[in-house]
Design a protein around this ligand. Structure first.
Ligand code: FPP
Length: 243
């Protein structure tokens, strides 16, 4: 069943800088991820007040499996802990949780927590929270290309919308596609790293040097304010120049 999405913009965040934040303080990288999980809670709580209806967080890319197994193990435990500990708060606050990305390589315990959190929060209408785990935009596009019926692409007027639907389905298990309005990346790097490549076609990009563990609600609000001050033209001309 597809229910209405919450109103508000779609913000996607590449949560980068946990490791550097920790090592700069003389701590293990894993301490940075633990601090990063605390930031996730604060940002999820602050998102609706910033006018955000959908928040997609890049928690673990398909390439992140190549990290040391100790770090990967800790991240999987952190994701599980987050889902288990936040589910009640999400129900109360109307947050619908969903995980996007592949599911076949995820540890069984985490998978159980995912299914439970998605089920328990499915009626949430204040914020759509999507957490990308074992995610690769390129792989998702390939899976959609393999799955789609070519007939669905035969009409140029509807081909993009049809493809987006299939992409959302193969990746999110829901036939509901959402373009990103604002993409934020913390940690100072300025790249997309295989995140929501299709959905970011017209996203406004916002890069900040702030490391993810120190990114807070004020930073989120500043990013959204900056987004609102930008003119989005989607390939057309400014209103004043039209005609
Ligand atoms: C990138 O920073 C961050 C990750 C690969 C993991 C993101 C995980 C969290 C924010 C913690 C928990 C998340 C949830 C959803 C509860 P990095 O480690 O690559 O940082 P670096 O570039 O400084 O090394």
């Amino acid at each position: 069943m597809i229910l209405d999405s919450p109103r508000g913009i779609h913000v996607a965040i590449i949560m980068d800088g946990n490791g550097r934040w920790a090592t700069a303080k003389g701590q293990l990288r894993t301490a940075g991820h633990i601090a990063g999980a605390r930031t996730v809670k604060k940002i999820v709580e602050a998102a609706p007040d910033c006018g955000i209806g959908t928040l997609t967080l890049y928690a673990f890319s398909a390439d992140n499996w190549r990290r040391p197994s100790r770090e990967v193990g800790l991240l999987m435990r952190l994701f599980r802990r987050y889902l288990v500990s936040e589910v009640a708060r999400c129900v109360t606050n109307g947050v619908r949780m969903r995980i996007i990305g592949r599911r076949d390589r995820i540890p069984a315990e985490l998978l159980r927590a995912i299914v439970n959190a998605e089920q328990a929060t499915r009626a949430g209408r204040t914020l759509d929270l999507r957490i990308a785990v074992d995610y690769s935009a390129r792989d998702a596009i390939i899976r959609a290309a393999q799955a789609i019926d070519p007939v669905a692409l035969s009409d140029p007027a509807s081909a993009r919308a049809e493809f987006a639907k299939v992409l959302a389905y193969v990746d999110h298990g829901i036939g509901e596609s959402k373009d990103v309005d604002l993409l934020i990346r913390t940690g100072g790097e300025q790249r997309l790293s295989d995140f929501l490549l299709w959905e970011c076609a017209y996203a406004e990009l916002y890069f900040t040097r702030r490391m993810w563990p120190e990114f807070g609600p004020v930073d989120l609000s500043e990013a959204v304010q900056e987004f609102r001050s930008r003119e989005r033209r989607f390939g057309t001309v400014p209103q004043a120049a039209a005609g």
